[in-house]
Design a binder for this molecule. Structure first.
Ligand SMILES: N[C@@H](CCC(=O)N[C@@H](CS)C(=O)NCC(=O)O)C(=O)O
Length: 300
């Protein structure tokens, strides 16, 4: 399923050439927009009206926290030397455009582990031989080098990062929520498959796709204490968001179909998750993702 849903194999467009994540027009726009409340706050301070200052402060407080885009290294290619493996450094191997790798990357960011887990970009189109030979025999991303071992599989890694590192917990204590989390994690591959089938086929959006989107919509409505799958942000959101992000772009750009139409929970989820810096730091230019996928599917 994984390679069926998002075959991030060698391709002239595999964004080795664009890693680290491109400072895309979209990212630039978002950053400057988010900086605006702070500028307004400074302006208000100099105007010295307490009411204006209070309003500007409230606006700034309500604005999503945004930190500068992390300075990530370029992807390693077939001619790159390996990092000094098993030297005690914890490394997360990713391809910057891979939705599976994005899951582990978001988890690392959300837990504030930027200084503890080093991101290593791998160019999947021109993969270094040592990656398979010395790091991860499965030759896929993501993988995590930690405590002299290398582990893989994105959902396992998200859980592993949550359990083995400091930082905010990615699962609530509530047992009903935990159980629902497991059900939703099991469902990710199936829903991705149901959605992807309509992207690759000609004609209208398939019934199974609509059913999968409706199921996600219903799941997002199960807990009322927040806009996320378990109410508050959790590893379930991390599992789904790279795919929801891509499907929104692909359905709109390829099928002229808005996945949020009549699905207010998905709409709200997308709005709210885009306020989470740990996630937005990992996003690529939507236009790039769309063009990459269209080219791969042979769609003009
Ligand atoms: N089940 C794996 C899937 C990982 C996966 O398919 N990654 C792709 C990149 S998006 C990959 O490494 N593909 C390389 C290949 O298949 O050769 C996970 O969840 O981590």
């Amino acid at each position: 399923m994984t390679s069926l849903a998002f075959p991030c194999r060698a391709s002239p467009l595999t964004p080795a050439s664009i890693s680290p994540p491109v400072p895309s027009p979209c990212i630039k726009i978002r950053r400057s927009r988010r900086a605006a409340p702070h500028r307004r706050l400074i302006a208000a301070r100099s105007s010295s009206s307490p009411r204006t200052v209070a309003m500007a402060a409230a606006a700034a407080a309500a604005a999503p926290v945004i930190s500068p885009k992390e300075n990530l290294p370029p992807s390693l290619t077939s001619t790159s030397e390996p990092p000094p493996l098993f030297d005690g450094t914890t490394r997360l191997y990713v391809a910057y455009h891979c939705p599976y790798a994005q899951r582990a990357w978001i988890a690392r960011n959300y837990k504030g582990l930027q200084d503890k887990i080093k991101i290593i970009g791998i160019d999947l189109a021109d993969r270094p031989a040592w990656y398979k030979e010395k790091v991860y025999p499965q030759n896929k991303v993501p993988s995590l080098e930690h405590n002299n071992e290398v582990k893989g599989e994105s959902l396992d890694l998200v859980k592993y990062i949550d359990s083995n590192f400091d930082g905010p917990a990615l699962l609530p204590d509530d047992s009903a929520k935990k159980q629902f989390a497991e059900e939703l994690l099991v469902y990710t591959d199936e829903s991705n498959k149901a959605l992807y089938s309509s992207i690759t086929s000609k004609g209208d959006v398939a019934e199974e796709t609509v059913a999968a989107l409706d199921k996600i919509e219903a799941a997002l409505g199960k807990f009322s204490d927040g806009p996320f799958f378990l109410g508050q942000f959790s590893l379930v959101d991390i599992a789904y968001v790279p795919f929801i992000e891509r499907f929104q772009i692909f359905f709109s750009g390829i099928k002229n179909y808005d996945i949020t139409k009549d699905r207010p929970n998905i709409q709200k989820f997308i709005e709210e998750v885009n306020k989470i810096d740990a996630y937005t730091q990992t996003k690529l230019d939507p236009q790039f993702l769309l063009e990459h996928t269209k080219k791969r599917l042979g769609i003009e």
